[in-house]
Design a protein around this ligand. Structure first.
Ligand SMILES: Cc1cc2nc3c(=O)[nH]c(=O)nc-3n(C[C@H](O)[C@H](O)[C@H](O)COP(=O)(O)O)c2cc1C
Length: 336
């Protein structure tokens, strides 16, 4: 039997098939179902910078308004901060309940783009007992005044600030769109990241031709989406001194196996679990276990990275040399 244990962010996990942040992990009952299906750890959905700032503004405004307009208002007229049912408060309730009730590590997630007061929530979450924090940096760099260096500095300062606030392991979830991803990955590690989650999905808005408006449209991943994190995990493996988590396109055991072979410490799933339910995690874990068993691997650690760029006989297969071969090997299905 293959030893399926894996190390991620310094934690020993029973196996590498983990649920990533999604609405499924935002509900305590579903979290229990995921753990029953074998989840070795869970990543809660993100608490968003906007959520924190919005609530902070609302509370601030409420208290200010009370003080000015109702100077004589009796104490307790406005709710105390403590029992204000804000987004962050609900999130903390979820964190505390998950920590109390689940027998596996709980990773909370913060999503933001700017430095500032909201990063204090990293410490609040750490104080609530989470085992690790995932910082999801979702920047759409749309300002022509900002150079690539400006944007990258924004990432690094954010990571440094959060790193300084907490002592627990910190993973950083990034998108793939950097001119030099390996260089940026190293800088993120230097700034304090213990792990990288590859990748954020940048949801693309669509146009509603009837309403002539821009509409948000969340399209779930398919296994074809695996190729992007697959390539970059393969390239980064052994080149950055941190854990690697793969996110995007893992739907079946086959994709999970591939991600481990190219170097992922954990392979995560959101879409597949949303589509098939929490029990699907067990199916993928069992399929992964069977594959490594049948192919004679003693352990996941032995398999990890064995098809990374540094390990394969033709490293160029992950880089440009493959480009021409890929294009010229195409055969039109219409016989053209
Ligand atoms: C409905 C939905 C909600 C999500 N919410 C979050 C979130 O709160 N924070 C986060 O970091 N990622 C979130 N994600 C992204 C997933 O964690 C994951 O990175 C992405 O879906 C790619 O993985 P997949 O192909 O397994 O779905 C969400 C994805 C979906 C589909």
């Amino acid at each position: 039997m293959t030893d399926l244990t894996t190390t991620y962010l310094g934690m020993t996990l029973a196996h590498p098939v983990m649920p990533s942040a999604s609405p499924l992990t935002g509900d305590l009952d579903t979290l229990h179902r995921l753990v029953e299906a074998g989840a070795p750890a869970v990543v809660l959905p993100s608490l968003f910078e906007e959520q924190i700032e919005h609530e902070a503004m609302a509370v601030h405004f409420g208290l200010e308004f009370g003080a000015e307009a109702f100077a004589e208002a009796p104490a307790g007229y406005f709710p105390e901060l403590d029992d204000y049912n804000t987004g962050p408060d609900q999130y903390l309730d979820l964190v505390r309940a998950a920590k109390r009730e689940l027998p596996v590590p709980v990773i909370a997630s913060l999503n933001g783009t700017t430095k500032g007061g909201w990063t204090l929530y990293a410490r609040i979450l750490a104080d609530a007992g989470i085992d690790a924090l995932e910082l999801n940096i979702y920047v759409v760099a749309a300002d022509p005044e900002l150079s690539a260096d400006d944007v990258e500095r924004q990432y690094l300062e954010l990571v440094e600030e959060v790193r300084a606030a907490i002592d627990i392991p910190l993973a950083v979830k990034i998108g793939p769109y950097f001119s030099s991803l390996p260089h940026m990955a190293r800088r993120l590690v230097d700034a304090g990241a213990d792990g990288l989650v590859l990748f954020n999905r940048f949801y693309q808005p669509d146009i509603d031709l009837q309403a002539l408006d821009v509409i948000p449209d969340l399209v779930l991943s398919t296994p074809a989406d695996l190729r992007l994190p697959l390539r970059w995990t393969a390239i980064l493996y052994g080149r950055v001194d941190c854990s690697l988590a793969a996110s995007g396109g893992v739907h079946t055991a086959e994709e999970a196996v591939k991600m481990v072979l190219v170097g992922a410490d954990v392979t995560t799933m959101a879409a597949a679990l949303l589509q098939n339910g929490p029990d699907h995690l067990r199916t993928v874990r069992d399929g992964l276990a069977a594959w490594f068993d049948e192919n004679g691997y003693a352990s996941i650690e032995q398999a990890k990275g064995s098809l990374s760029q540094q390990a394969v006989p033709d490293p160029a297969a992950y880089a440009r040399a493959n480009y021409m071969r890929t294009l010229t090997s195409y055969h039109s299905e219409a016989g053209l």
